[in-house]
Each structure stands twice: as structure tokens, then as C-alpha cells.
Design a protein around this ligand. Structure first.
Ligand code: UD1
Ligand code: MG
Length: 407
């Protein structure tokens, strides 16, 4: 048993080692690839235009997210070669790599030619199919305590569940199972709809929460770290044999960790160069690949519902952006904050010249609430917000959910 106890630790140690290599390779390669880019992939740092300092008007190489995406996929490929077969996780690794590869490609194509929204949406749906088709987890949600009474008449057993308050709407759903004191609502096909929406959301959410140095990579690293923490808390691998871990829910958490650690590492390598003042931009390839990786880790890690707390700033930023995204309010090509050339501080930018409304992003909102800030300070503030949301999400999942859901 002692030897077996070591195995999970060995896999996590190997994962950490591969991740550290991924970090080093990414950090080393980003500037090299930046020099070699043939296509005209570069951007001007709008947040520093006219400042006269470093990067003012300079061409900053664009789309360097591809380096971290490649380093990540190679890292996961190595972990797959080492562990997938003996762990019986070949399908999970293949599915994840395929979906993430697909998203990376879509992001890169979007950097080269601007793809229309509706086309991206259609491609997004197709690209989430491999994952949805191989998802073998539960399609049930726990019914919160206060709702159990409304949903299920007391005294009914598992075979004869009376649905009351939700009436016909719930009749259309597959089933409700009463389990001891709690109740499980099986959403069936609707749950797949939810996961599909999650993938499409995640692949776009990071990209529209962008515009200052380091924010796209920074937010993704925090999301991934919080997913890793959820996995580690649920895994309880210490003292368990690798068989125990693989036969139960632990298998999903171990797999999810195998994605998150290399992701954090290769993203950190990119952040080294994308942090203020950015020497590279990440392109659209990064947010697509990052969003897909995060969605994959959450879905195949079987906690696609808890994920919503970990990505709360992205959800809020998206909902806040809706009027502009759907053209009910004017939307400029760039919604990033406006720089005051005298102070060098960022201010909320307007939706159109002569229009008094701020661009509807969390970036501009934070500047409205806390006042003008330096670009780097704003990035740190928004990353801290992400940390706070993640901490609350992790706390709710581990210490509060049991009371609400009677588990
Ligand atoms: C998304 C946002 C857009 C934002 C842009 C910036 C929506 C709907 N779209 O558009 O509002 O302005 O991202 O990332 O919310 N840039 C900087 N500093 C940075 C990062 C980017 O100046 O720290 C500029 C550079 O010119 C860079 C360009 O933004 O070349 C990249 O923009 P791109 O990713 O193509 O914009 P979108 O994703 O279409
Ligand atoms: Mg972008």
C-alpha cells in the first residue's frame, strides 16, 4: 500500500516538473518568436500612445499567446504519454487536446483575418462537440433545501416523485430523484445545453475583458489557480491509493490538475513579457485557448457549476457589455480606457465622440468607482478582484454548499 500511496504524488510531481519546463520554455521562446513573425502581426500599445515614453508608437509583436498554447499542448502531450494509458484516461486527454487545439486554431485565424461574430459562434459550437460527446459525468443538479419542498411532496419515494410548484415546466425534464433528505434534479439534455453555452462563453469572455497590459493572462492564471485549488481540495489524494483515486471522482480531479498546472506555468511564461510595459501582445489566440482550457478543466473535472463563481468577473463584464455587444449602445473598435497624457493615468473611455456614456466594461467601471489609475495599478486591482471572487467561490463550494444542498 505504501508504494501505491506514492503514485498519485509521483504523477503530481511529474506534472509540476513538466509545468516548470513549460514555464521556462515559454519565457525563453516568446521574444525569439516575436522577432521571427513574418505575417504583419503586431499592434500599437494604445494605452501608451502619445506618452513619449517606452513603447510609444512602437510596434509590439502580436499573437504571442500561440507560444504558450504550443508549450501547453506539448506539456499535456508528455503527461498523456506518461500517465493516460495506465490511468485509463486516454479519452479525456484526447478530447481535451482536440478541443483546445481547435480553439487555438480559431484564435490564430481570428488574429490573421477578422472572423465575424456569428461565424465564431457557429465554429464555437462545433468545437465544443468533442468534449460534450465524451462527457460521462452527471447531468444532475442538487436541489437547494428551500426548494425541495416546492419541488417534491414530502413522503414520496424515488419511483414516484410528485412535482408540484414547477408544474409542467419540470414535467418536460427527465426526472427528480429523492436521495435521503436531499433531491437531485436530472437536467438531461438541458445540462448539455448548459455546458455548450459555458464553452462558447469561456472562449469569448476573456477576450472582451481586455485592453490593458497583463489583464488577459492575469485573469486566466487566477481562474486556473482557483480551479486547481478546487481540485486539490476535492482530491484527498494523501493516503489514498492510485486505484482509489482513479476509481472514484478523484480521477476527474487528477486529470483537471494535469491541465491546470501546465496552463498556469505556460501562461506565467507569457505574462513575464506581457506585464506592464508589455513587450508582446497575446492576440486573440490566447483568450480562445485559455477560455477553452478553463472550460475543459471544469467540465471534465465535473464542477462546471462551481466554475461560475470562479469566473464571476467575466460573467459580470459580459452582462454589463451586452448593450454594446448587441449594438443597442454604440461600440467603438476598442473599448479600452483612455490615457490622460499629462498624468499618465487611465480614465474611463466613452462609447462614442460626444456621447457621455462610459464604455461598458469592468475596466472603465473600476476607473469610474476608484478614480483614474496607472495602467499597472488597474491590472493589479482587477486581478485582486478575481482573487476575491475565486476565494468566495471556493469557500462557498467547500463550507457552505453542504448546508444549502443537504449533502
Ligand atoms: C477586444 C475588446 C476591445 C479591446 C481589445 C483590446 C470587446 C468587444 N472587444 O477586442 O474593446 O479594446 O480587445 O485587447 O470588448 N492593446 C493595447 N494594450 C493592451 C492590449 C491590447 O493597446 O494591453 C491593443 C493593441 O493595439 C493590440 C490590440 O489592442 O494590437 C488587440 O486587440 P484585439 O485583441 O484584436 O481586439 P478584440 O479582441 O477584437
Ligand atoms: Mg482580443
Amino acid at each position: 500500500v505504501g508504494k501505491r500511496n506514492h503514485e498519485v504524488g509521483i504523477q503530481l510531481a511529474a506534472c509540476t516538473l513538466v509545468s516548470v519546463c513549460g514555464f521556462l520554455v515559454t519565457t525563453y521562446m516568446v521574444p525569439l518568436v516575436g522577432e521571427k513573425i513574418k505575417a504583419k502581426l503586431y499592434g500599437v500599445d494604445i494605452g501608451k500612445r502619445g506618452l513619449g515614453g517606452p513603447r510609444d508608437g512602437e510596434r509590439v509583436p502580436e499573437s504571442l499567446g500561440i507560444v504558450s498554447a504550443m508549450a501547453f499542448m506539448i506539456s499535456v502531450g508528455i503527461l498523456q504519454a506518461l500517465f493516460a494509458s495506465s490511468n485509463g484516461q486516454m479519452l479525456e486527454y484526447n478530447t481535451a487536446l482536440l478541443s483546445i487545439c481547435f480553439a487555438t486554431l480559431l484564435g490564430l485565424v481570428d488574429d490573421i483575418i477578422d472572423i465575424k461574430w456569428k461565424h465564431k459562434l457557429i465554429i464555437g459550437i462545433v468545437m465544443s462537440l468533442p468534449m460534450l460527446l465524451s462527457y460521462k459525468g452527471a447531468t444532475t443538479v442538487l436541489v437547494p433545501r428551500p426548494l425541495i419542498g416546492a419541488l417534491v411532496k414530502s413522503g414520496t419515494d424515488e419511483n414516484d416523485v410528485a412535482l408540484t410548484a414547477l408544474g409542467k415546466a419540470v414535467d418536460a425534464l427527465p426526472s427528480v430523484h429523492v436521495q435521503g433528505e436531499g433531491a437531485l434534479l436530472d437536467l438531461g439534455i438541458l445540462y448539455y445545453g448548459y455546458m455548450l453555452a459555458l464553452v462558447v462563453f469561456c472562449t469569448n469572455a476573456v477576450n472582451i475583458y481586455a485592453g490593458i497590459n497583463g489583464i488577459e493572462v492575469g485573469q486566466s492564471i487566477i481562474m486556473a489557480l482557483s480551479i486547481a485549488v478546487v481540485n486539490l481540495l476535492d482530491l484527498e489524494w494523501r493516503g489514498a491509493s492510485v486505484e482509489d483515486v482513479l476509481s472514484g471522482d478523484g480521477s476527474h480531479h487528477l486529470f483537471s490538475l494535469m491541465l491546470m498546472l501546465p496552463f498556469v506555468a505556460t501562461s506565467a511564461g507569457l505574462l513575464v513579457h506581457n506585464w506592464y510595459p508589455a513587450r508582446c501582445f497575446v492576440g486573440d489566440v490566447y483568450p480562445y485557448y485559455a477560455g477553452m482550457t478553463i472550460a475543459t478543466a471544469a467540465i471534465l473535472g465535473h464542477f462546471s457549476k462551481s466554475l461560475l463563481f470562479l469566473i464571476l468577473p467575466q460573467v459580470v463584464n459580459f452582462i454589463y457589455s451586452v448593450p454594446q455587444l448587441f449594438h443597442m449602445v454604440p461600440i467603438p473598435r476598442h473599448r479600452l480606457p483612455r490615457i490622460d497624457l499629462r498624468t499618465g493615468y487611465l480614465h474611463p473611455s466613452k462609447v462614442a465622440p460626444g456621447d457621455d456614456r462610459d464604455n461598458m466594461t469592468l475596466l472603465c467601471f473600476a476607473l469610474r468607482i476608484f478614480g483614474p489609475m496607472h495602467e499597472r495599478t488597474l491590472c493589479v486591482v482587477l486581478i485582486l478582484l478575481q482573487v476575491i471572487c475565486a476565494a468566495i467561490g471556493i469557500f462557498l463550494r467547500h463550507y457552505v454548499a453542504g448546508h444549502i444542498f443537504r449533502i
